[in-house]
Design a protein around this ligand. Structure first.
Ligand SMILES: *Cc1c(COP(=O)(O)O)cnc(C)c1O
Length: 404
């Protein structure tokens, strides 16, 4: 069946070029064409009657189950995720989170949520899921004993994220996945930061790994999409629930995401190198109290990152030494090569003023308690510009921070 079987023993850089490229979907060209389709036509009424009985991957049925453009993308993502039986695509990263949680939870269940999870995930726990009778409980992912104690007989799932949103704390994901398994709960990881190239989550014991493809896989700030991958049983359940919820992605967007995916490995390497040199430079500056970048030796979480991750990306934060929100905002406004925006993972650099304490129930901000005057942070998403230019830009913007 597969002309991608030759990818079985190749390295990641090779796999990412060939993944999902099946001849029956591409024909004689390199990329699968954009199959725009709601209606799928049948040869006869007999074939039509057969349609609903066979609900399997790669089978034409009706637009809501996708067509070769979407199938090629999910197949490619599955081939990049060791241990995955399949990948469900969702119209955004947030739709992936809700799609997964509505698969594994039912009324009466408790969901444990990492206190430093992406804010819309926290809001989903307190809003959508609470409305459906599911109880969210937040825990500090840096306190393994408290995490273990947080389980009760109603805990059906845990939602983890590493590193944490905005504040970038690194937790012990393999240990937390294994505790969840012992307690009979399903572990879900929002792996948008490292993705499967930097952290093969299922191999590390996670049950369901999800990503906002909007960020690095799309990579060009022009598409919104999400994905979730798992082993056979959970994949089948997620796929069925996505069909019930009616979530579907457009073939045009799937083609954009596939195009982004082909260069993901190179972009992540470049971004990681640039982010490291910028983080290192920032850590030497007198204006900076802390650089929150687990890839940086000596930074919080670096030892866990080094132990568990094989890669990272260009996203990290730093905290100013003292100052005011206005000082910090003047710095961000003075940047010329960085856009100001919520997203990240694109080819262009972005800066975002951050106030994580508004999104925490039990973790402290700033990360070094006691030094409360050092609390005004900035998150940087480092893109593909020359890092020397980005450093020069940050240096000139620091002059605006100094102005009283
Ligand atoms: C952006 C983001 C999401 C959501 O993705 P959208 O496509 O914007 O819905 C989920 N998780 C993390 C960690 C993100 O940064």
């Amino acid at each position: 069946m597969s002309d991608t079987s030759k990818l079985a023993n190749v390295r990641t850089g090779t796999r990412i070029v060939g993944a999902g490229r099946r001849k029956k979907w591409t024909g004689p060209v390199v990329n699968p064409p954009v199959w725009r389709a709601s209606t799928h036509l049948y040869e006869s009424t007999a074939a039509l009657a057969e349609g609903p009985r066979r609900n399997e991957d790669g089978r034409f049925f009706y637009g809501r189950r996708g067509a070769p453009t979407q199938w090629a993308l999910s197949d490619a993502l599955t081939q990049l995720e060791p241990g995955a039986a399949g990948t469900v695509l969702y119209p955004s990263g947030v739709a992936a989170i809700s799609g997964v949680l509505l698969t594994v939870l039912k009324p009466g269940d408790v969901l444990l949520i990492s206190d430093n999870a992406y804010d819309p995930s926290r809001a989903m726990g307190k809003g959508l899921l609470s409305d459906f009778g599911i109880e969210p409980r937040f825990f500090d992912p840096l306190d393994l004993a408290a995490y273990e104690e947080a389980f009760c007989d109603r805990t059906a799932a845990v939602l983890l994220e590493a590193p944490g949103s905005l504040s970038m704390e690194m937790c012990d994901v393999p240990a937390m996945a294994s505790i969840a398994r012992e307690k009979g709960a399903i572990s879900v990881l929002d792996n948008t930061w490292a993705g499967p190239l930097g952290f093969p989550a299922l191999e590390k014991g996670i049950d369901i790994t999800l990503m906002a493809l909007t960020k690095h896989v799309g990579g060009h700030s022009d598409v919104m999409m999400g994905s979730a991958s798992a082993g056979p049983e959970l994949y089948a359940r997620m796929r069925q629930r996505a069909q019930q919820l009616g979530t579907v992605v457009s073939p045009d967007d799937a083609a954009l995401a596939l195009r982004g995916l082909r260069t993901l490995n190179l972009r992540l390497k470049q971004e990681t190198d640039s982010a490291l040199s910028i983080a290192e430079w920032l850590s030497q500056r007198e204006e900076v109290a802390q650089v929150l970048c687990p890839m940086l030796p000596g930074a919080p979480g670096h030892e866990l990152w080094k132990r568990d991750f094989s890669g990272g990306c260009g996203l990290f934060s730093f905290v100013f030494k003292g100052g005011t929100p206005a000082d910090r905002n003047r710095f961000v406004d003075a940047l010329e090569l960085f856009g100001i925006g919520f997203s990240w993972g694109g080819f262009e650099s972005l800066a975002l003023p951050i106030e994580p304490s508004a999104y925490r129930s039990c973790m402290t901000w700033p990360p070094k308690p006691g030094e409360t005057e050092d609390r005004f942070g900035v998150r940087l998403s480092i893109g593909l510009e020359d890092p020397a230019d980005l450093i020069a830009d940050i240096e000139q913007a620091m002059a605006a921070w100094h102005v009283a």
